[in-house]
Write a protein that binds this ligand. Structure first.
Ligand SMILES: [Zn+2]
Length: 303
């Protein structure tokens, strides 16, 4: 049997992102850090899989690149944040080499945060309807549910404005943020356009701190799902809700995850895997937002 690498994949849970390298027999390896958050494995076996760059974007591991290198194999892992790791070699068929990255950095960033997740429609308010009759309310409730577990995985707390498929006015949903002294209010919607082939994601902010958050979230949706960005827009709620007035120092944002009126994107929105990935991308944007806040604060302290 040829000696070589047959498969590389990543498993993610709340505490660790683990990259698993499977091979036909034990490979010896050298590990080095080639840049701040990039780790490279040189393996002394060939490649029994196609060379590839795999997009992970699980919040910690961004990409994994597998390539041939002088008869051996080079596997590089690019991380979003610093992390400590441990290595594990498991003998068997296949043979496994695992590198387990600690997600403690994310937990530190998100500690004590409370995120309010608003499913933009529910009950009698069905939202928009897709070209092939998918209802916005069903999509956004599903994504909001995934988001709650992704946020909890970061170590923060998450509250849904509605747990069930019921009608609820915008004012009541906004007020939850003030009542619970939340750090963030995020409403999940799909985008709609009368032009059938218009596609992509958009983000609206209803209070100033939301602008940067919107930008990060659209970037993350682009990286993980290749969604086209329809840009960040300001939108104040017209009815003069004082619900926001008292808590305007926190971000209030609406994310239109992709375009339900586009038949292709409507098809994506039917897939649970796509919805879960969407929730992960949004969560990655939220973590980046609080991480950048932390750097701003540090800069001010040391100024
Ligand atoms: Zn909507």
């Amino acid at each position: 049997m040829k000696r070589g690498l047959t498969n590389v994949y990543v498993k993610t849970d709340a505490d660790f992102s683990t990259m698993i390298m499977e091979s036909t027999m034990p490979l010896s390896h050298a590990l080095r850090r080639s840049a701040r958050n990039v780790y490279e494995f040189s393996l002394d076996g060939g490649l029994i899989m196609a060379p590839d760059t795999i997009n992970i974007y699980d919040g910690l591991i961004n990409t994994v690149k597998v390539a041939e290198q002088n008869g051996g194999t080079l596997v590089s892992v690019a991380l979003q944040y610093p992390s400590s790791y441990r290595l594990k070699q498991i003998r068997g068929i296949p043979d496994r080499l695992e590198i387990c990255f600690d997600r403690a950095y994310i937990k530190n960033v998100m500690r004590d945060k409370l995120v309010i997740i608003d499913s933009g429609h529910g009950g009698g308010d069905i939202g928009r309807r897709g070209y092939i009759n998918l209802l916005e309310k069903n999509v956004v409730m599903h994504i909001s549910g995934f988001m709650k577990s992704k946020i909890i995985n970061t170590g923060a707390r998450a509250v849904l404005t509605r747990e069930k498929d019921i009608s609820m006015g915008l004012k009541d949903r906004l007020e939850v943020a003030g009542l619970l002294e939340a750090d963030l209010w995020i409403s999940i919607h799909t985008r709609w356009d009368r032009v059938k082939n218009s596609c992509g994601a958009a983000a609206l902010y209803h209070s100033k701190p939301g602008e940067l958050l919107c930008r990060f979230i659209l970037e993350e949706l682009g990286k993980k799902l290749k969604l086209e960005s329809k840009g960040v827009h300001e939108e104040s709620f017209s009815k003069g809700f004082d619900a926001i007035g008292t808590t305007a120092n926190i971000p209030f944002v609406t994310i239109e995850v992709c375009t339900i009126s586009n038949p292709v994107e409507e098809g994506w929105l039917r897939s649970p895997v796509f919805k879960e990935r969407t929730a992960q991308a949004i969560t990655n944007g939220i973590v980046r937002y609080y991480d950048s806040n932390r750097h701003e604060r540090d800069k001010n302290i040391f100024r």
